[in-house]
Design a protein around this ligand. Structure first.
Ligand code: F6P
Length: 539
């Protein structure tokens, strides 16, 4: 049976029993802001909120997040609560208020100037600032307080998101050992050599081991995490069950590749997408030329300058393509308070201008850079209207743009050019896979997106769509809930669907390394000696 919203609802009911679901994520799923004196709401850019909002709509509960919009306070109650989605509320958003100093040290500092470059293979130097770290600690405590208030008086499953809250699970367990805690780490986990340069590595790891379940996108990330823990902390690692035992607590570490809700594509496209595509083309002077699109936050992990260089190379290699297509880059402004992000925006603007100056004509500009926030309604129209979509991340935990593009293509056309360094590349081998550091290969990928035969496009797209349909966001959440639900006390009797979910659990596969084998032998020896001791003591 496939995974749907209804099936997830059923699994949530059986697996959670009476426990309340509390999601904690820095980013809120809906932001209220003032526009021309009126309050409006928007959905922020970024994969996490896109992925989790449908899950919350299916399961209900509370989402605890930083209230970041300038009109956020205007619509919440005294405790910072508001029903969402704003047009048809079915779960609660609890906003936590942070000062400018908090944001500086916790979000811009530790989370995005230290952990972000530390976890991505992008050759950006992490910033280790003790003041930022202090603030990160304090903000994790602030969120712990909000979660404890929400969980008061009953059992709860707290599902923590991402690298903003590495310390939160331990804080929660210390205050309420009965809470069940799970965390999903949405970005890659590096090898131990890289992670352990962090002066606060042990504290971060200890915080994360406050979880009952810890999820990453890939088995590779899980293995890196276990190797890091193994090097840094006194603990027992069970490589067979992929669990860490420490101070009487056990944390299961498993891969759960995140995904999207394929049904949303139809919702965003509606039945007038063609009219909206025509309007977009007119607005940006795109004529009826084929489009290659890129959709990202402007972030240095996304490889945006690299793909612009590939456009330039493509035009040098194939001058016959001049005037024949547009490359449209939607670049949502992101973390612009951090100098590296500001510099990147300037770099992208300068590159786009240079390419347009060199190759463009009076009535044709190859690159169109849309450096502003766009809602999913516009983005899906672009996906649907494009000849191809390029995702050239230098390193990416998953990348949901790749999966969204596929869900938008009910015509079974369109070419996905995809970096081999994304989690998505493991699930979508039918994309044109490229090394984003190799400008020649990227230019050839772009060429393929403009020239691939219809039959070949259809063959590839059909397989990719079937993969994303089956491995959708409801499956991701269902698998996670099934796993962590085992720790929720007194669940109501397990239904057929929940049992099926369990039967479907993917077994992590990883051949043991020599060190793992040595460790297994050591554990077996210890187990044997303990058994001998107990036998001789007559126990
Ligand atoms: O993928 C990592 C992540 O932080 C997600 O949590 C989020 O979807 C995305 O990047 C956007 O980042 P931010 O919330 O900082 O805008």
């Amino acid at each position: 049976m496939g995974w749907s919203k209804e099936r997830l609802e059923e699994v949530a009911r059986t697996r959670l029993g009476g426990a309340k679901l509390i999601v904690v994520a820095n980013r809120e799923p809906y932001i209220h802001r003032y526009k021309n004196g009126e309050v409006e709401w928007i959905r922020p850019a970024g994969g996490l909120t896109t992925a989790l909002d449908p899950v919350m709509q299916a399961c209900g509960g509370v989402w605890v997040a930083h209230g970041s919009g300038d009109a956020d306070r205007a619509v919440t109650d005294m405790s910072g609560r508001v029903g969402v989605p704003p047009d048809d509320p079915n779960y609660v958003l609890r906003r936590v208020w942070l000062s400018k100093d908090d944001e500086e040290g916790y979000y811009y500092g530790t989370a995005n100037s230290m952990l972000w470059p530390l976890c991505h293979q992008v050759f950006a130097r992490p910033v280790f600032d003790p003041k930022h770290w202090e603030t990160y600690r304090r903000v994790n405590e602030t969120f712990a307080q909000a979660v404890l208030e929400e969980a008061e008086g009953g059992p709860a499953l707290v599902f923590v998101q991402d690298y903003h809250f590495a310390l939160l699970p331990r804080l929660l367990k210390a205050a309420r050992p009965d809470l069940v805690t799970a965390q999903f780490w949405h970005i890659p986990w590096p090898g131990p050599e890289k992670f352990l340069v962090c002066p606060w590595a042990k504290e971060l790891l200890d915080g994360m081991l406050g979880n009952d379940l810890l999820g990453f996108h890939t088995q590779h990330d899980c293995n890196n995490f276990l190797d890091t823990v193994d090097r840094a902390l006194e603990c027992r690692i069970d490589r067979e069950r992929f669990a860490v035992q420490r101070a009487g607590q056990s944390t299961t570490v498993r891969p759960f590749p995140i995904s999207v809700d394929p049904a949303l594509a139809q919702e965003y496209l509606g039945n007038n997408w063609e009219d909206r595509a025509t309007a977009l083309r007119k607005k940006h002077r795109l004529g009826d030329r084929p489009l290659i699109v890129g959709v990202d936050r402007v972030d240095y992990t996304k490889g945006i300058p690299e793909r612009l260089q590939a456009v330039d190379r493509l035009l040098h290699k194939h001058p016959e393509l001049k005037g024949q297509f547009h490359f449209v880059q939607v670049g949502a402004p992101s973390r612009t308070h951090i100098p590296a992000y500001r510099d990147l925006t300037e770099e992208v603007n300068a590159l786009a201008e240079k390419i347009n100056w060199e190759h463009g004509t009076e009535d044709w500009q190859p690159v169109v850079f849309l450096n502003e926030h766009h809602g999913p309604e516009d983005i899906f129209v672009l996906y649907r209207a494009a000849a191809g979509c390029i995702v050239s991340s230098l390193h990416d935990g998953m990348n949901l743009v790749a999966k969204e593009f596929v869900t938008a293509r009910d015509d079974e056309r369109g070419v996905l050019v995809l970096s081999q360094f994304t989690g998505a590349a493991r699930e979508l081998p039918d994309a044109v896979l490229v090394n984003p550091f190799d400008v020649e290969e990227m230019a050839d990928g772009l060429y393929a997106s403009l020239t691939m035969s219809g039959l070949e496009q259809e063959r590839r797209m059909r397989r990719m769509r079937s993969q994303v349909d089956d491995h959708n966001i409801y499956r991701w959440a269902g698998m996670l809930l099934s796993e962590v639900g085992k720790r929720v006390p007194d669940p109501v009797p397990v239904s057929v669907s929940a049992t099926e979910a369990e039967a479907e659990e993917p077994e992590p596969v990883a051949a043991p390394t020599a060190r793992e084998r040595r460790q297994e032998q050591r554990i077996a020896r210890e187990t044997y000696l303990t058994a001998m001791y107990l036998a001789s003591a007559g126990v």
